[in-house]
Design a protein around this ligand. Structure first.
Ligand code: NDP
Length: 446
């Protein structure tokens, strides 16, 4: 790493102890910026990178709520507004027991560059709670969401900070959050939350957008070497919002997804994942992959040992969570002939896995480019809310596909310009960075 950047990184380590995933996200971006600081000293002179590594604001709050047995439960809520140079903070809320400040800061930091890459006017932020919705009744989830919003509402707004979903936060949770926001503020301010239901301000394609966008991006990467998803054998991790819609679009583009997973194990379905059954099990019944295997019958193998990355494939789409692919799993994928890894999840590869794929010359599309379709479509939802309009599915999907194509091309052009042809990581980090850095320079020291 460049010496000036190393100093900044050391300062990040010192000022943010015990936040490993945040350190990892910063290290990955700074690792790409050497050629940028060499060419543009104004960014280091104005402490742009140091400022970018420090969130503009961080809120941590108590979330007390009452469970179905009448007991008081206490969770912790977070919202980090990382950077508003390009627009209001924008980024999802994650409800998962593993969430702590470091998780929210890593995700918020990534979001700055991802949102910049979309070319749309959105800054970077993220939030969440250590609340675990798994096994909770609808009424408990509602009471938790209401308690969470009772504090969060004062920090957000359509021109300030616009949350959406992430792990554990889907349309049900967004509904309860929006309802409470509307009640407390006495305003139907649709542009304050995205991922809403279609009848109350949501955008068509928002639910599908991250997974669809990922498949569009993978298709563009393959097209760069005159190939496509058609006929390809694909493995996806996770079976949530991103995974399900990635599977759907891969199938529409002619590929076959032969494996997917959840935190309880994975299935191998050689005939191709039965999407209708998967949606029923995961989205309607809120069941497990083992339930999918039971209902699909003897054709399908379910395992609660090992990992989905042991399944041979041409293309791997990690769509579950951070650091879910380690060096051994990367090696298994490489040995089995995997030619492309495109990230639906945020930072799903450990640094050692990234190195292993680079060494083996496996194409690699980082999440901040490949999964930007979700936040891009959230920005399209904000556009529709601002103009009190609703777009058709076809129009919205076409906009999503164009945006993913533009991100892809911008990554390649920028990588070429800064001396790393074909390197999507360098392209995404540098292109995302420069737009935010120029806006920060123009707006002065704030
Ligand atoms: P969901 O909650 O809908 O699904 C998450 C899936 O990942 C579930 O199948 C879950 O299994 C699995 N999973 C979560 N944590 C773990 C873990 N520790 N180990 C193994 N499996 C795990 O979330 P999303 O689909 O929305 O998000 C998935 C990823 O995509 C996240 O990294 C998120 O940040 C990223 N992302 C999401 C966007 C969106 O629009 N939703 C936008 C851009 C990125 P189980 O049910 O067993 O926990």
């Amino acid at each position: 790493m460049d010496e000036k950047l190393q100093d900044i990184y050391d300062e990040v380590l010192e000022r943010n102890p015990d936040e490993d995933v945040f350190h990892q996200a910063v290290s990955e971006v700074l690792g790409s910026l050497g050629p940028v600081v060499a060419k543009h000293p104004q960014y280091t002179d104005a402490a742009i990178i140091r400022r970018m590594c420090e969130p503009e604001r961080q809120v941590i709050f108590r979330v007390p709520w009452i469970d179905d047995d009448g007991r008081v439960q206490v969770n912790r809520g977070f919202r980090v507004g990382f950077n508003s140079a390009l627009g209001p903070y924008k980024g999802g809320l994650r409800f998962h027991p593993s969430v702590y400040l470091g998780t929210v800061k890593f995700l918020g930091f990534e979001q700055i560059f991802k949102n910049s890459l979309t070319g749309l006017p959105i800054g970077g932020g993220k939030g969440g709670s250590d609340f675990d919705p798994k096994g909770r009744s609808d009424a408990e989830v509602m009471r938790f969401c209401q308690a969470f919003m009772t504090e969060l509402y004062r920090h957000i707004g359509e021109h300030t900070d616009v949350p959406a979903g992430d792990i554990g936060v889907g349309q049900r949770e967004i509904g309860y959050l929006f309802g409470q926001y509307k009640k407390i503020t006495n305003r139907f301010e649709a542009g304050t939350l995205t991922g809403k239901g279609l009848s109350w301000g949501g955008s068509r394609v928002r639910t599908e957008a991250t997974g669809y966008g990922l498949a569009f991006f993978a298709q563009r990467v393959l097209e760069a070497s005159n190939e496509g998803l058609d006929g390809k054998r694909v493995v996806v991790s996770g079976s949530g919002n991103v995974a399900i819609h990635a599977i759907e679009k891969v199938h529409q583009l002619g590929g076959t997804v032969v494996g997917c997973s959840d935190s309880g194990g994975y299935v191998v379905d050689e005939a191709g994942i039965d999407l209708e059954l998967l949606k029923q099990v995961k989205l309607v019944d809120r069941g497990r992959m083992s339930d999918y295997a039971d209902q699909r019958g003897s054709k399908v193998h379910h395992s609660d040992q090992g990992s989905v990355w042991e399944v041979a494939c041409d293309i791997a789409l990690p769509c579950a969570t951070q650091n879910e692919v380690d060096a051994d799993e990367a090696k298994a994928l490489i040995d089995n002939g995997c030619q492309l890894v495109a990230e639906g999840a945020n930072m799903p590869l450990t640094p050692a896995a990234v190195d292993a794929f680079a060494e083996a010359k496996v194409a690699y599309a980082p999440g901040k480019a490949a999964n930007a379709g979700g936040v891009a479509t959230s920005a399209l939802e904000m556009q529709q809310n601002a103009s009190r309009d609703t777009w058709t599915f076809e129009h919205t999907e076409q906009r999503l596909e164009e945006i993913m194509g533009n991100i892809h091309d911008r990554c390649l052009e920028t990588a070429e310009e800064y001396g790393s042809p074909g390197d999507y990581v360098a392209g995404a980090n540098i292109a995302g960075f420069i737009q935010v850095a120029d806006a920060m320079l123009a707006q002065g020291v704030i």
